[in-house]
Design a binder for this molecule. Structure first.
Ligand code: GTP
Ligand code: MG
Length: 197
């Protein structure tokens, strides 16, 4: 389908609490996933920008909620990864509170992107995050990324595994992507457009 035109992709603000959230009143999409899975890279791929969201080969790069305004028509919210980024119990509690406050108060949240690594089965943390989002009755779209590392056959096989392991609900979609090659990014635009219309 058609390539989505990005006229503007602008960093707005970072924050950890609701007082910090921007007041632009635009529909939002949030990006969850374990540390280093490729959330920030995926945001850059959507925005067609290399360095809008900071990425790193080391886990724990994103440490706050980071809000990006796209075309003055919607917002993308980058989130710290779960897993390595929370080293202590204290860190995990803080992360949990930050996410819970966001999910409870983001009035314009349209749906949650749950990013998983297509090369492997979803982890226990991935399963918990999916269940957690469903518990909050959020719409979820699973993004299986790093597909450039796999053959076509492996992609199909592993996508099936991702759906099985997460027990993906019928109403939730899963999309295979690569932020490196842009495979599947058009399907993501189609999803965004359908959610916005
Ligand atoms: P945190 O902010 O630490 O939670 O990580 P993140 O999920 O934002 O991951 P990030 O986008 O920083 O990417 C982590 C690493 O994975 C980087 O080295 C990226 O270059 C790499 N990466 C991300 N997406 C892809 C992809 O589609 N294909 C390949 N081959 N590598 C990728
Ligand atoms: Mg990141």
């Amino acid at each position: 389908m058609a390539d989505y035109v990005i006229k503007k992709a602008e960093y707005i603000i970072s924050g950890t609490k609701k007082e910090h959230y921007p007041k632009l009143n635009l529909p939002e999409f949030v990006f969850m996933g374990r540390s280093n899975v490729g959330k920030s890279s995926f945001i850059n791929a959507i925005c067609k920008r290399k360095k809008l969201a900071y990425t790193s080969s080391k886990p724990g790069k994103t440490i706050t909620l980071n809000f990006y305004n796209i075309n003055d028509s919607f917002m993308l919210v980058d989130v710290p990864g779960y897993g390595y980024a929370q080293k202590t119990v204290q860190d995990r509690l803080k992360f949990g509170e930050m996410i819970e406050e966001y999910l409870n108060t983001a009035e314009n949240l349209k749906s949650c992107f749950l990013i998983v690594d297509l090369r492997h089965d979803p982890t226990n943390d991935d399963k918990l995050m999916y269940e957690y989002l469903k518990h909050f009755e959020k719409k979820v779209v699973v993004i299986a990324t790093k597909a450039d590392k796999l053959s076509k056959n492996q992609m199909a096989h592993n996508l099936k595994r991702v759906k099985e392991v997460l027990k993906l609900a019928k109403e939730d979609k899963a999309i295979v992507v690569s932020s490196e090659t842009r495979l599947g990014i058009e399907n993501v635009y189609d999803y965004l457009i359908s959610e916005l219309s």
